[in-house]
Design a binder for this molecule. Structure first.
Ligand SMILES: CC(C)(COP(=O)(O)OP(=O)(O)OC[C@H]1O[C@@H](n2cnc3c(N)ncnc32)[C@H](O)[C@@H]1OP(=O)(O)O)[C@@H](O)C(=O)NCCC(=O)NCCS
Length: 169
């Protein structure tokens, strides 16, 4: 696969041409039309895939947090279908000497649908997201890992802490 970068204001995106599938994979920030898929992935991760009782709560959360930019979501989009997501909840703490902005990102909702796994998709989303987060003055990302994802995060440079994994970026 070959990676390209282009810019279509206000959305920067990257894409790979998948020669095997003859499709184009976009790596971009989520927009409001992605919300149903974000909700679906969240419910799978919470083991409530068939439970719709919280759908409206999730929808309101994604609408408001995407619009006030307290949430940044990167998605991989294969010909119009979102196949992977990585979310970053942005929190502002008091400034520290090593983090003057006080901004910290909490990474969550990391998910790739099964038949797209082990193709480097989350790795690519996280590396593009890190470059983007740095431009916003963010110097630290925290996460709680599933057992399945731990090797991935270690490869990406996250370090196991007492209560969470983190990376200084
Ligand atoms: C974990 C998950 C997000 C990985 O997504 P992905 O797009 O397949 O990840 P990548 O292809 O970028 O993985 C890159 C590398 O990480 C490591 N890795 C990824 N998944 C792994 C797994 N299940 N077991 C061991 N190593 C793994 C591998 O070294 C992999 O490189 P390789 O395929 O060349 O060996 C995906 O399997 C998933 O959605 N799992 C279920 C939900 C989940 O656990 N989410 C994390 C919540 S914290």
């Amino acid at each position: 696969m070959k990676t390209y970068v282009t810019e279509m204001k206000p959305m920067i995106f990257f894409f790979k041409i998948n020669t095997a599938r003859k499709s184009i994979m976009l790596f971009r920030k989520a927009i409001t039309t992605d919300i149903p898929q974000l909700i679906k992935f969240r419910k799978i991760l919470l083991c409530h895939e068939d439970n719709s009782s919280m759908d409206e709560t999730f929808r309101k959360y994604f609408v408001s947090s995407l619009s006030d930019k307290s949430l940044v979501v990167w998605v991989a989009d294969d010909d119009g279908v979102v196949v992977s997501t990585v979310c970053f909840c942005l929190c502002r703490f008091a400034p520290r000497f090593e983090n003057p902005s006080g901004l910290v990102a909490y990474m969550a909702n990391v998910f790739t649908i099964p038949n797209y796994r082990r193709q480097g998709i989350v790795s690519k989303l996280v590396s593009e997201a890190i470059d983007d987060l740095k431009t916003q003055g963010i110097r630290k990302i925290l996460l709680h890992s599933s057992d399945m994802a731990k090797p991935l995060y270690e490869i990406l440079g996250f370090v196991e802490g007492k209560n969470y994994m983190s990376i200084n970026i």
